[in-house]
Write a protein that binds this ligand. Structure first.
Ligand code: 13P
Length: 239
């Protein structure tokens, strides 16, 4: 399992349903990984056996995993198959999967647990919708998602949490810096066991705001969607 304690910051590129072979080749040729940081590229799964080379601070992450271990589940990829292909990280419970693919907290919990047992670090995504934020339900939603999505065997060395307010994803909107820091503090203080967890922020991160977000005391890195598709922009974010 990757030693997370080694890194001051963690940056994850979530390419979502984007990219092709030539994009990938060009991207890895231009990518400049900073050795203080852990950099993870979550490409679509067919491209996971990528051109990443031998950079010890650059890792491949999957965007999803099956909740089943094996059997008659057409189209699925199991945690052990990811491990077999040297995948070290996997996003779980991204809001797009919760929204479009009926991913429940229970499923996120099972998937995360299966990943940890295969020595793959789950990046467990949580976050409130705009409607929930407007009803002042952010704290309630985050705490119930943590309680139900994070498996008992998770700890700060084998799992990551990503706070992604749903309303900030792909919209250009972000919470204020204070709101981001407070949400991360809330997550870390939810229970004694979460105090040392690394918590990443995601939602409209770009080169112009990544530094001030990453510098917040309770933020340990970023999960980046759209801006991670432009390698020069991503290089600036991780530099
Ligand atoms: P954007 O950076 O495009 O807002 O997407 C965030 C995200 O969903 C990362 O997982």
């Amino acid at each position: 399992m990757v030693n997370l304690d080694k890194y001051s910051s963690i940056f994850i590129a979530n390419w979502k349903l984007n990219g092709n072979s030539s994009f990938l080749k060009d991207y890895y040729e231009k990518l400049k990984v900073n050795s203080n940081n852990c950099t993870i590229i979550c490409s679509p799964s067919i491209y996971l056996k990528s051109l990443k080379g031998n950079n010890e601070n650059l890792f491949c992450g999957a965007q999803d995993v099956s909740s089943f271990k094996e059997g008659a589940y057409t189209g699925e990829l199991s945690a052990s198959m990811l491990k077999d292909n040297n995948i070290d990280f996997c996003l779980v419970g991204h809001s797009e999967r919760r929204q479009h693919f009926a991913e429940t907290n229970d499923k996120v919990n099972t998937k995360s647990s299966n990943l940890i047992k295969e020595n793959i670090i789950p990046v467990i995504c949580i976050g409130e919708t705009l409607e929930q934020k407007e009803k002042n339900l952010t704290e309630e939603i985050l705490t119930s998602q943590i309680k139900d999505s994070v498996p008992n065997l998770a700890n700060h060395q084998n799992a990551l949490i990503a706070y992604e307010p749903v309303w900030a994803i792909g919209t250009g909107l972000t919470p204020t810096l204070d709101e981001i820091n407070q949400a991360h503090e809330l997550i870390k203080n939810f229970d004694q066991k979460f105090i040392d967890f690394k918590v990443l922020y995601g939602g409209s991160v770009k080169s112009s705001n990544s530094k001030e977000i990453t510098n917040l005391s309770h933020v340990d890195g970023c999960l980046i969607g759209g801006a991670s598709l432009k390698v020069d922009e991503f290089n600036t974010i991780i530099s």
